[in-house]
Design a protein. Structure first.
Ligand code: SF4
Length: 290
């Protein structure tokens, strides 16, 4: 279901694709770790306590079945307009998320331009592929099949408009990548190559000095240290370096937190708090005459 969240840069979170443990039907979430930033993944910690109780690794993926949470999708139609962090308990572009479920979720998001859907990934190469698939939807028979499946399921809950493939990255679908270390910096180029209109970068948990970061083509920047009992060191100079680059290009900057046991602690940089958001332009969907 969609839930209010303490994450300051959004209003709520939603996980329409979930997982069920094959052995006993226990439900929860799943993902696999792909970068240093994943080491103390809070979603895994939640899943170990309240979900399938399986760790986030490849072996666990074999032990679960994905399912779509129709109630969560249906609920999106009833909510007041807000920012929604999609798939915060997994990575939407993990290959363990069935393409049909991804397509279903996409159709629902496209159908709700009153919301802002924030989609954050550590797998921008798949986001790029997804962008291309949408752009070539009419040529891809496989994808057309998936799209039909998506329409078939989602029409039960909402008046699904006849969206066109070009709208895959409508203004209200923001795409972000996570960057924690220099090893992740190539994600910036992949993000720039995606056709999403609003692109953001979450430098969180920021684990080292990234040097000079090229932020051209980025619409929003978030920084933050790690929180929790196992938090790794954070130096505010690392975030200040990114702030300087963002300032040069007049990119809105949001510093979520420094290092602290709880999320949101020590959120000042040089004594100042930075909580900026991008200016949002809404799409206007026009029905084509039939
Ligand atoms: S990609 Fe995200 S959800 Fe998945 S393991 Fe890494 S931090 Fe956790």
């Amino acid at each position: 279901m969609t839930q209010k969240t303490a994450i300051e840069w959004t209003d709520s979170s939603c996980n329409p694709v979930r997982f069920k443990r094959k052995s006993d039907g226990k439900t929860g979430w799943a993902c696999t770790k792909v970068a240093a930033g994943c080491k103390f993944c809070y979603a895994e910690a939640m899943n170990l306590r309240f979900g399938t109780q399986l760790p986030y690794n490849v072996q666990s993926i074999d032990k679960v079945d994905a399912f779509i949470d129709f109630k969560a999708l249906a609920q999106l139609y009833k909510l007041e307009p807000q920012k929604i962090f999609m798939f915060n308990m997994t990575d939407v572009f993990g290959d363990f998320i069935p393409a049909t479920y991804l397509a279903m979720t996409w159709m629902v998001m496209l159908d709700l331009p009153q919301h802002t859907f924030q989609i954050l990934t550590k797998r921008p190469e798949k986001a790029l592929l997804w962008s291309k698939i949408f752009a070539r939807a009419r040529e891809s028979r496989l994808y057309e099949y998936e799209l039909e499946q998506a329409k078939m399921y989602t029409k039960v809950y909402g008046a699904l408009n006849n969206h066109k493939a070009e709208y895959a990255w409508a203004n209200h679908l923001w795409l972000g990548v996570s960057i924690a270390t220099r090893d992740d910096l190539h994600n910036l180029d992949l993000l720039r190559a995606c056709s999403a209109k609003y692109k953001f970068v979450s430098f969180e948990p920021l684990l080292e000095d990234l040097g000079k970061v090229d932020l051209h083509g980025i619409n929003w920047v978030i920084t933050g240290g790690e929180s929790g009992p196992n938090r790794r060191p954070f130096d505010e100079k690392w975030a200040l370096g990114i702030l300087a680059e963002a300032d040069k290009l007049e990119i809105p900057f949001f510093h979520k937190q420094g290092s602290g046991f709880k999320p949101g602690q020590n959120d000042a940089l040089n004594g100042l708090r930075y909580k900026e958001f991008p200016v949002v332009y809404r799409d206007c969907f026009v029905e084509e005459p039939t």
